[in-house]
Ligand binder design. Structure first.
Ligand SMILES: [Zn+2]
Length: 96
C-alpha cells in the first residue's frame, strides 16, 4: 500500500513538472512572439539584420576611396573592404 502511494506521488510529481514545463515554454514562446510582432509593427529593425540601416546611421567612418565608400566602424583605422587608411577628414561625424 505504501509502495502504491509512493508510485502515485512520483507520477503526480512528474506530471506537475511536465505541466509546469509546458507552461514555461508556452510563456517564453508567447513573449518572443509578442516581441517579434512589436518590433515588426513599432520598433525599427536592428542594425545587424538590415545592412541598409547600418549604412544609413552615421556612426561609422566612410572610406575615402570613391569606388569603395564602405562605412567602417567608428574606431577603424583602415577600411575593412579595400584596406585604404582612414583619415580623420573622412569621419562623417565631423560634418554632422
Ligand atoms: Zn574602402
Amino acid at each position: 500500500m505504501l509502495a502504491l502511494a509512493d508510485f502515485a506521488l512520483w507520477v503526480l510529481i512528474i506530471f506537475l513538472v511536465g505541466f509546469v514545463g509546458f507552461f514555461v515554454v508556452a510563456v517564453v514562446m508567447v513573449v518572443r512572439l509578442v516581441g517579434f510582432v512589436g518590433r515588426a509593427l513599432f520598433g525599427r529593425p536592428s542594425a545587424e539584420n538590415d545592412p541598409g540601416q547600418r549604412r544609413r546611421d552615421h556612426h561609422g567612418r566612410l572610406c575615402p576611396q570613391l569606388r569603395c565608400g564602405h562605412v567602417n566602424a567608428a574606431d577603424a583605422r583602415y577600411c575593412a573592404r579595400c584596406g585604404q587608411p582612414l583619415r580623420v577628414v573622412c569621419d562623417v561625424d565631423a560634418y554632422g
